[in-house]
Design a binder for this molecule. Structure first.
Ligand SMILES: [Zn+2]
Length: 70
């Protein structure tokens, strides 16, 4: 019986940790999306995503340097 209870408790702890992670990610997103596509003004979470976005959506436009967004 005790073992089963321990299992549940550890599972609850894991769930709590997951919830925290999600919360901090949301907070980071709310804090601001610093990268905005220069062409369609689409907001992107980071430079890597912008590069992927530019290559996919605007292949004719040169990708700005990462330093221009900082
Ligand atoms: Zn775009």
């Amino acid at each position: 019986m005790a073992r089963g209870l321990q299992k549940i408790q550890s599972q609850q702890k894991k769930d709590a940790a997951k919830g925290k992670e999600k919360g901090s990610q949301l907070a980071a997103r709310k804090a601001g999306l610093p990268i905005v596509c220069p062409d369609c003004k689409c907001q992107l979470p980071n430079y890597k995503t912008l590069v992927t976005h530019m290559e996919a959506k605007h292949p004719s436009i040169p990708i700005p340097a990462e330093s221009t967004f900082q």
